[in-house]
Write a protein that binds this ligand. Sequence first.
Ligand code: NDP
Length: 399
Amino acid sequence: MAKAMIIGCGGVASVAIHKCCQNSGVFSEIMIASRTKSKCDALKEKLAGGETIIHTARVDADNTDELIALIEQFKPDIVINLALPYQDLTIMDACLATKTHYLDTANYEPTDTAKFEYSWQWDYRERFEEAGITAILGCGFDPGVTGVFSAYAQKRHFDEIHFLDILDANAGDHGYPFATNFNPEINIREVSAKGSYWENGQWVHTEPMEIKRVYDFPRIGEKDMYLLHHEELESLALNLNGIKRIRFFMTFGQNYLTHLKCLENVGMTSIEPIDYNGMPIVPLQFLKAVLPDPASLGPRTKGKTNIGCIFQGVKDGKEKTYYLYNVCDHEECCKEVGSQAISYTTGVPAMIGTMLLLQGVWKKPGVYNVEEFDPDPFMAALNEWGLPWVEDFNPALVD
Ligand code: NDP
């Protein structure tokens, strides 16, 4: 029986909140606190009648004092940060000041630089340890389940993992000419950035979308996928025994790429403010305002996602390959919680990580990435809470 405060009330938060309410034995009371309180109230109304007690509040998560005041008033056991990566540090500061556990799904990114890395949040390790509180970083699907899959592969199947390819495929169709499946601003910053992968102890940098491969995904079929920089590469490079190379690939359709190129070419993806009739406007933020809200895509999206990890390494002196993945159906997710699969595959792991922390299973003072905990209880919970996984011991490899 615990109290959780969820910050943000967008696509991912909505799924996590539904899942907390399905799990009222653990989440007896929650507070949904976000910038737009009407969204929190609408979700509370939708979920009325369940056993979890729901409160709502307005909060500006960029303001640490506001957060501290709200935490002191509600006294949650944990704050689940499902707002944007820009708010990670202010929310961690508020957790430190109030000695409250913390969990998020995306690493910190400053608003004025399109760059994300863990160093800012890893800097909190000693302070969290001294305060006796736990921070779990990157507990969505990727990052999140991909780290749990890696820890599981390391624990159960390998003495050393030499090569890891993380493959993220979305074969969903929402019927719009162009829309993103999670926050458009964060999504476009991520996919328009230069790519990189980790090899033999160092980063190899690429131009955006420079490296393309085609992969035949189980239950989805053949898709074009492109190498991106992704945040879990940074922690997995440190936490996997014997690792020589880690790459991350995401699928994109030609239509998406053509729209993105056009928007880039006309300057709409820029994060540099421009002057418009005497008012500073950030083109990418304006673009976000005219694009479909990812939280509204649920009822329109058909098809499946397949996200997983292909490992190559050695066990008992023998070479071995292992593919661990989840397939998630957009329409099934919508039937269950009213959201598409990208929000679902992120919101469910956020609930699971929080549950394990609250149950004391994943609790140790300090700041941790998910692969630093025992993967077994998380793997069992994935099967129980809607994200079952599949193993393949003879997968096709990515060249
Ligand atoms: P949305 O844009 O749908 O939701 C973000 C929510 O945060 C909105 O409710 C927004 O409020 C609120 N918010 C933004 N700024 C503030 C603020 N200053 N104070 C309080 N609330 C604020 O995003 P998503 O749900 O798609 O994504 C949420 C997070 O999940 C992001 O960090 C994203 O990067 C991450 N993510 C992680 C994935 C993973 O696998 N690890 C995959 C997909 C997403 P308002 O309603 O007013 O706009």
